[in-house]
Design a protein around this ligand. Sequence first.
Ligand code: SF4
Ligand code: SF4
Length: 119
Amino acid sequence: MAVIINDTCINCGACIDECPVEAIVDEDDNPTGEELYYVYPDKCVECVGHHDEPACATACPTEGCITWDMPFDSAHKDFFSAGNYVDGKNYVMEDADAEMPFREDVSADARKNRENIVD
Ligand code: SF4
Ligand code: SF4
């Protein structure tokens, strides 16, 4: 991973076409059943190699809606299966074994605290 879209999402659609790897789905396709847009953590590349910062967050009009989340790598797989998505649900992945690129300059605390990507 990753970034996460939280429950302040207003389902406006501004983010979805900005994603270079089609990691975002709308509320109808959110595999968790939440009525929010959803980022697949096993698809998000944090825009590494595409943009200077996550393009979804740049496009989002809702402050604090898209935040940092833990890296989707072997060291953090337990996090993604431990009820850490919205409402204590589990994330849903298509490839749980994926190892995704992430921004190493983003601190572990910023990720744990789900800090804003865009100030
Ligand atoms: S950070 Fe980039 S790759 Fe990840 S969901 Fe947002 S736009 Fe897609
Ligand atoms: S741009 Fe932000 S508010 Fe709009 S759908 Fe995406 S995450 Fe939700």
